[in-house]
Design a protein around this ligand. Sequence first.
Ligand SMILES: [Zn+2]
Length: 517
Amino acid sequence: MSRRKTTDIIAECVEQLLDHAVENISLPQEDVIYVRNLLLSRLKLEEPFDEPFKLDYDFQDSIARIVAYAVNKKIIDPGEELFFETEIFGMLTPPPSAITEQFDNVAADKSIEEACSWLFSLSKANNYIRMPDIKKNVKWTAENQRGNIQITINTAKPEKDAKQVLLESKTPTANYPRCALCPENVGFAGNLKRAARQTLRIIPVSLTDEPWYMQFSPYVYYDQHLIVFSQEHRPMELNLKSFERMAEFVYNTPHYFLGANAPLPIVGGSILSHDHYQGGSKVLPVFSAPARKHYQFSTLPDVKVSVVNWYNSVIRLESRNITQAVSAAGALLNVWSTYNAPEVDIISSSIDPVDGREKQHNTITPIARMNDRDICFDLILRNNRTDSKHPFGIFHPAEELHNIKKESIGLIEAMGLFILPGRLESETREIMKYLTGELRLDFAAIADEKNPLSKHLGMIMQLVNDYGSTLKPGEASDAVKNYINDTCEKILDTTAVFKNTPEGEAAFDDFMNLYTK
Ligand SMILES: [Zn+2]
């Protein structure tokens, strides 16, 4: 039996992808001939495959074969695989206007929840969300003192591939799109600065009479991880309008929560340059945390106020009266912005010694969601001040916790979902070898700063001290997880502006009495 020609197999993979696109990416049957020709041309194939299917590949196998073929035939350079894959799936995905129309139709005929599910499935089927990568993430739940914390070691977010060095010659000189969130990313081919986004589809939403968009995050830190962003490229801000927008969004999209990072460095997220919110299906740990103490406003009688029993300082506002709830959130921002309690290290602003300007320190990480017909705001008090003893931030993890997480503790972590760097996956596997005795302990060698484990020296010493070095592999894995669980709890405790101590609780109570007065 003669071997099948490679071009036949690739042409068959093209047919398989077209089938998949009609089935799962809403490619209209009447566009199939057109898209087939685009694909054949890009792959330099002369004719399509016209026999019945022999392959039983799934679409991931087909695209992998097509990409490998393109490298082989020098259609693309090594290092360009992900760009090429995204380009191919971009051809298979209907244009933005068609996606928006279908989204609106599903929302009108069925429900907004079904429309969102449809777009989410499509985003997985066109590899905008690359599920095989996401599934490699390591996840577990830590049953800690003040409620469960969810932990994810995020191996899916691509680290710079060595091969990409080949693309250095393709470093862009233009600053386009201006940032990773600007709407100009839709359809963008990608370069060293910006990801390829031919598969991205965004849905327009009007919020406080302004043009905004929603899209899914390609890294899905939790189910249906959503980003809602302004059409205009403008910095993150937090004011009364922000609470109005969040309320409007969750009222119209009640199956999602919507939260924002604080608009200040250290306590904010990684993108402060473009105004945006993050949302998703509402299952995050802080939502299950119960109230610790209730308060009552003198002027906003319809709003229930409580302090939440959580690691950091969370105030919960609940009301069927959305106007009053938004007013209460705005009032909290006003009172907290200028609140000082030096005895517990809270100083709301200070003069920057470098430029002599006043710098704001007090801010809020807000999250809104619907509970049946009631709106619920969880408002986390934050402060980003540094001093000589805490150069990374008084309410930010100290250096000895940075081996686990160094980045700012934003919205998602503050709610109890830790996204830890992918490097920890291989590093913790090495650390386990010291606990099982597979590797001989040599603290001097570990401490050598060229050793990638040197940042974990304190962790290794502590673990060996607590557990010894004759553990079974399962025990070693549990020991390392326990250490990470404790560290995440410490990180959350550090971000508490009012500590969970008698003094901290008394200071929190003073603040709440002032706020609700
Ligand atoms: Zn932008």
